[in-house]
Write a protein that binds this ligand. Structure first.
Ligand code: CO
Length: 180
């Protein structure tokens, strides 16, 4: 059902939209999540949010160890800070190839979400997993790491962003049946 889905890259407008909550826990949702997990592994990512495959639904998948048995699915997640302390670490994003930046995040967060069967669960984590949750949760609200980067990092990324914008414009023109 979702085999054709690919990871979309900046500046695809779907990355900037606020995603809608999941209301049906059905085969369609399971199929979407299966494809997201596949793409996350193919791309050697540690997390992937539904808007990154062009679906504006509040779903993300995470695999902090990149091991086959460690896939985690979060549907309609809510985050709350478990610590007011923030720290900075480098992040990248599969929708922003070539861009890495130091991003400040809460060091510990609690997550409340639903699983694929529609059952609520919660978890509390610090460090790396807390960081991935916050990065993926941002995607559900249309926020990218470039929106959280400092002025200098933004300047340094300008050329790469321009290249991504040009690539998107070219692909878009071609899809519209126009010549390059
Ligand atoms: Co990302």
């Amino acid at each position: 059902m979702f085999e054709h889905l690919k990871i979309v890259q900046y500046p695809d407008p779907r990355l900037k939209r606020a995603s809608k909550p999941v209301t049906q826990f059905d085969d369609r949702l399971r199929s979407l999540v299966a494809r997201m997990i596949e793409l996350m592994h193919e791309s050697k990512g540690v997390g992937l949010a539904a808007p990154q495959v062009g679906e504006n639904l509040r779903v993300f998948v995470v695999n902090p160890s990149q091991e086959p048995g460690d896939d985690r699915v979060y549907i309609n997640p809510e985050l709350s800070e478990a610590s007011r302390v923030e720290d900075c670490a480098e992040e990248g994003c599969l929708s922003l190839p070539g861009i890495n930046a130091e991003i400040a995040r809460a060091t510990a967060v609690r997550i409340d979400a639903f699983d694929l069967e529609g059952k609520p669960f919660n978890d509390e984590q610090g460090g790396y997993i807390a960081r991935i949750w916050q990065h993926e949760f941002d995607h559900l609200n249309g926020t990218l790491i470039i929106d959280r980067m400092g002025m200098l990092a933004k300047l340094a990324a300008r050329k790469t962003l321009k290249e991504l914008e040009d690539a998107y414009a070219q692909e878009h023109a071609r899809a519209g049946g126009k010549k390059d």
